[in-house]
Structures are given as C-alpha cells and as structure tokens.
Design a protein around this ligand. Structure first.
Ligand code: KG4
Ligand code: ZN
Length: 406
C-alpha cells in the first residue's frame, strides 16, 4: 500500500511517499519519494529551535515538499480542474486549516490543478512528542488531505518512528546493517535525540516498555548546549563530532588534560543524566578563559567520550539484564560516528550474537520515512481503528509530551 507520511515535530519539514508490503512483523517499505527541508540555518541565529519560526516555516514549505516527493515518486497526476464537490470541499479544508492561512493558500493552489488522489491508501502524521505549534501544522495538513482525498489518517509517535527508522530499505554506502528480515524480540532500543534519551524494551513493533530515561537533559540537548559554550553553531552535535574527530586523529598533538565526569555510569538502573556533564564543561570553559582552537577540540573530544561511554555502558547493562538478542539505536545522535563505533566495539567484545540495527545516516535525524513505516505497521495491525478525517468526528490533537509506552 502507498503511504503519504508527514513529519513536522521540530525543525525539519518532511514529506515522504512509501510503498509498503508484508505483515506488521515483517514489513518491507520502499521509499518512492521525499521532500525534506531543514530549517536549521534559520534557527541558528537563535542558538536553538524557535517554535513560532518552526511553525511559520512548516506552513510555508509543506506543500512544496509534497510536490517534490510526488515528482520524485512519479505519482504526480495530470493537471485537471476540480469537480463541483471538490470545489465545495475547499471550504471545509479552509476550516481545517483556519489557523494556517498560508498553508491553506498554497495547498488550495496545488489542489486546484491536481485535485485527485495520486494513489495514496493512507496518510501517516507525527502526533508527538515535539513542539506543539510545529506538530499542529503537520497534523492539520494531514487532516485536510485525508478529508479531501478521502483516505484514512494514522497518527504516529515520533519516537516509535525513530525505532522503526532501522527498517527502511534506503541503503547507503556503509557497512551498517539494514535489514527487513525477521527481527528477534525482545529488542533493546536506545533512543538518543534532541529531546529524548531513553532505553526501551521492544516486545514487538507497537509494544514498548520504558526501562530507563534521562532525569534532566537529553544527550542531543547536551551536545547542542556544549557546542554553544564552545562558540559553535546550532545544531551542535555534528560540530562537536567534527572537532572531536580532529582531536582523535593520531597525528593530532592535542593532549588530554581535561577530565569530565561520566554521570550515573555506575548507578544501578537504566537512567541517565547529562545536565551535570554540561555544567562541568561550563566550569572548564570558565577556568580556561578564552579558548584556543586546540582547547575547543580537546573539550569536544572529552565531552563526546564521556557521553558515549555512559550510553554504551547503560546499553550494555540493559542487554545483559534482559538477555535481548537485538539492539536498535535511533534518534539524531545516532548520526554520531564515535557512538556507532564504540557501540559496535562493545557488542563485538561482549555480545557477538546480538544483532545491531541502525538507521542510515540520512534517516538518523528527523524524517518522514520513519513516520511512514510506523504508520504502515499501526494501520496493518488495526485497520479498523483509523478512518478518514472529518471535522465532525475528528479529534486528533498534537501532543507535545506523547509517550511511547502505555
Ligand atoms: O532526532 P533529531 O533529529 O530531532 C529530535 O527529535 O530531537 O535529533 C536532533 C539532535 C540534535 O540535538 C543534534 O545536535 C543531534 O541530534 N545530532 C548529533 C549529531 N547529528 C545530530 N549529535 C551528535 N553527533 C552527531 N553527529
Ligand atoms: Zn527526532
């Protein structure tokens, strides 16, 4: 079945079109087309994501991303005038998008020339967690299209999307294992993003049990805050990672004089804490005064070492405790090469039989492909649960703090 997937939980405006088949346990999804616009450079001057700017940018760009995804997928329909019912439906669509005037204008302009459903069987959209003003734009866009094209609407949890990002068949040139083969459950899922750091026990797709989480900052947030302390631009994760790699280069003369804590590394649970690590960097920076490029690299490297050591150690503990045959890592921070390498090293030494599932680099950060996969699985499991959106009975709301486990 063909899924139109929409993701607007943070600062990526993403639309993807997927062709999925197979049952909910062994889904297979091909990506037919993607339109993805990163707002990161717009938010950079604020040093982080500014919710109202994110909302405005999603409104401006969603229709263009839909057009790009349709073009890439070859699903664009021939230009045609809407019939009288479709013209009438524009009015309801305007009500659905009453708070998104710009979006309504762009979408109506597109649908006036291309009114018919290009072949979608369902629409998947991120319901949460994320920034509510940003989430609402995607949700209302999805509601409008569900209504206009008369196809079911499937709300998706963004964090479940990150877990399922490992199932895409969109491969890249890396040795990372991407598979659609049957997965042995239970799996341990380590989710590391800008808003979340948690360990979940995955009993099956759709059935998750939270076993540990951060008590303060998320690890991606810590990367971003430390980057800011070092005067690096937002988003900080890739910047820290780049400096750390330079410091780790055997030819580098950078010495190891700064030592940062590994918070909660020995605690008897699966929880994390990264606020203290960030504060330790703040003290180190204050003590040093103005930083040389060498000192920045040294701090970035020691910070990355500390964060990754904690993540690897807690994941190891969880694999041991639950005797899990599969490890999944998802979320923006899994784009971090050092984390990937250290996790693989730990598995090779301690759990050579555990299967590691990682998303491609492209699908590590926010995207709509993962939302489409999650939508397909949810729909396949319970098709009767999802209907076409109508303003009379629809009550789908954005949920900024939506949780994964019930
Ligand atoms: O999943 P994601 O795209 O958005 C959220 O759902 O939060 O994750 C974004 C986070 C940001 O904090 C960003 O700095 C971090 O992922 N990130 C990285 C890297 N690339 C992105 N952190 C460390 N190393 C990276 N290479
Ligand atoms: Zn995310």
């Amino acid at each position: 079945m063909k899924i139109l997937a929409i993701e607007t939980s943070c600062d990526e405006t993403a639309v993807s079109i997927l062709e999925c088949s197979g049952d909910a346990h062994m889904p297979s999804c091909a990506v037919l087309g993607t339109g993805l616009y990163s707002q990161a450079s717009k938010h950079a001057e604020f040093g982080g994501v500014f919710p109202n700017l994110a909302k405005r940018e999603h409104q401006l760009n969603l229709t263009s991303m839909l057009k790009i995804a349709l073009k890439e997928s070859g699903l664009s329909t021939k230009h045609q005038a809407p019939d009288s019912k479709q013209i009438q439906n524009f009015q309801t669509m305007q009500e659905i998008l009453e708070r998104e005037e710009t979006l309504f204008k762009n979408l109506q302009e597109y649908l006036s020339k291309n009114p018919n459903n290009p072949g979608f069987d369902a629409i998947a959209v991120t319901q949460g967690p994320g920034l509510e003003p940003a989430l609402w734009v995607g949700i209302n866009f999805a509601k409008a299209l569900s209504f206009f094209w008369n196809i079911p609407l499937v709300p998706v949890n963004h964090m479940e999307g990150h877990i399922l990002s490992v199932l895409s068949d969109r491969k890249e040139n890396s040795n990372d294992q991407i598979t659609n083969n049957k997965i042995a459950f239970p799996a341990i899922a380590l989710l590391v993003s800008g808003g979340h750091t948690e360990l979940d026990l995955v009993h099956d797709w759709g059935t998750y049990e939270l076993i540990g989480q951060t008590r303060d900052d998320a690890v991606g947030e810590a990367f971003d805050k430390v980057a800011r302390l070092l005067g690096l631009p937002y988003p900080g994760g890739p910047e820290i990672s780049r400096l750390a790699a330079e410091a780790r280069n055997p030819k580098s003369e950078i010495r190891n004089t700064i030592h940062l804590p590994r918070p909660m590394i020995d605690s008897n649970d699966f929880d994390f804490s990264f606020a203290g690590l960030k504060t330790a960097v703040l003290y180190a920076v204050k003590k040093l005064g103005s930083l040389s490029d060498e000192q920045k690299k040294e701090i970035a490297c020691e910070f990355e070492n500390a964060a990754v050591e904690v993540l690897v150690s807690k994941t190891k503990k969880a694999l041991e405790h639950y005797n899990a045959p599969t490890l999944i890592i998802g979320g923006g921070v899994v784009a971090n090469t050092h984390l990937r390498e250290e996790m693989k090293k730990m598995l090779a030494q301690e759990f050579p039989d555990v299967t590691l599932l990682l998303p491609t680099h492209e699908l590590s950060t926010d995207n709509a492909v993962m939302i489409g996969i999650a939508g397909y699985i949810a729909y396949t499991k319970n098709p009767n649960e999802y209907g076409v959106f109508s303003p009379e009975h629809g009550d789908l709301r954005a949920h900024g703090t939506l949780r994964l486990s019930s």
